[in-house]
Design a protein around this ligand. Structure first.
Ligand SMILES: [Cu+2]
Length: 376
């Protein structure tokens, strides 16, 4: 069973193995979608997931499938890395602890640092454009200043989510409520679905704007240049995976704390959400993967270093292999959605990630330029 570790606890070897596997996935493993490399398939899948109308959430965001969609997305990505090096797992970034622009995650041996003053280009680490191994090819069509380079301009908002905000989100029940999407009015982004854990963790209501805020903090903005993490092509910044691993870890924590709280909508009775968002729906782009099939991380054969040991884990390990629940197979998951079918409607340069109304009202944000205390 693969163990996902806190990035701040990785050895030098583990950091190097992870970065090397990511670079190999980008540059050496062939794409299955006609792109430059296998890594780019994930950027493309993420873009495709944004297909949306004014009345329905996309496949992966602004709806209940947010957490299961990303659980499988991470799982599939990790399996691809493990095909390169079986010892690799995706580390997680606990941004409530490693919350400073000087944290070691930004050192040259892992994610590399902030972007430079002139154009937000990341200049250090394995993914720095000038090293020649990280050329961005799948672009966000709404990006006003597309470029081949990884860009960051943190801190793009005043602070990362705090431990208190995360604790408050972990106390939130149920999983989701009607109308089974982030907002009653998705287009106007009004009347968020509350109270509900998934919507709060994604960041559409409640103090913290948790998942969204991290994208905004890392990406930042410089004139009309948006940092990579603010774009619909945000998996182009490898820190995306470390962020989403932490989100997935927190979902597991919530599942343990609330054993009586199941996934909603069930798809039965009056619990009918958008296609792909009900308990037993196929999640786009993966025909055979449903939210129900990824509820138990143990069935996917991974754990986090913060998970308590589970008696059930030992019992399952004692069974003969064929009696274990099979991990879902990522068979036909590469049917790309034609870009012409649409996507989130955004003005050029506008980010898909927003702070919640509570954060905007209670915590006025500073101007989007870096504050004076931050000297790259
Ligand atoms: Cu995200």
């Amino acid at each position: 069973m693969g163990e996902r570790k806190n990035q701040n606890a990785l050895s030098a070897d583990e950091k190097q193995r992870f970065a090397s596997a990511v670079l190999a996935l980008k540059n050496q493993v062939p794409s299955r979608m006609g792109l430059a490399g296998r890594y780019d398939d994930y950027v493309r899948m993420h873009l495709d997931s944004m297909a949306s109308t004014a009345t329905q959430p996309g496949w992966a965001h602004m709806g209940p499938a947010f957490l299961p969609w990303y659980r499988y997305f991470l799982y599939s990505f990790e399996r691809d890395l493990q095909a390169i090096n079986a010892a690799v797992t995706v580390p997680y970034w606990d941004w409530t602890v490693d919350s400073s622009p000087q944290a070691s995650i930004w050192d040259p041996d892992l994610m590399g640092g902030n972007g430079r003053d002139t154009d937000a280009r990341v200049m250090t680490g394995p993914f720095a454009f000038d090293n020649g191994k990280w050329i961005i090819t799948v672009q966000d069509p709404s990006d006003a200043s597309p470029g081949p380079d990884l860009r960051r301009r943190f801190p793009g908002v005043s602070a990362l989510p705090t431990a208190l905000q995360v604790e408050a989100a972990l106390a939130e029940v149920p999983y989701y409520v009607a109308p089974w999407r982030a907002f009653d009015d998705l287009e106007a982004m009004q009347d968020p679905a509350r109270p509900s854990f998934c919507n709060r963790l994604e960041g559409w209501y409640g103090p913290g704007s948790i998942h969204n805020r991290v994208h905004l903090w890392v990406g930042g903005q410089l004139g009309d240049i948006l940092g990579t993490m603010e774009l619909m092509s945000s998996p182009n910044d490898p820190v995306f995976w470390l962020h989403h691993a932490n989100i997935d870890r927190l979902w597991g924590e919530w599942q343990r704390r609330h054993p009586g709280e199941g996934y909603h909508p069930t798809g039965a009775g009056d619990e009918i959400g958008a296609p792909g968002h009900n308990l037993n729906d196929s999640m786009q782009l993966w025909g055979n993967i449903t939210p129900a099939s990824v509820l138990d991380p143990q069935a996917l054969d991974y754990r986090y270093d913060t998970d308590p040991p589970r008696a059930a884990a030992a019992a399952a390990a004692a069974l003969p292999p064929r009696a274990r629940r099979p991990a879902p197979v990522s068979a036909a998951h590469e049917h790309a959605m034609p870009a012409a079918e649409g996507g989130m409607r955004m003005a050029p340069g506008e980010t898909m990630f927003r702070l919640s109304a509570e954060d905007l009202a209670e915590l006025p944000e500073p101007p989007r330029e870096a504050p004076a205390w931050w000297q790259p």
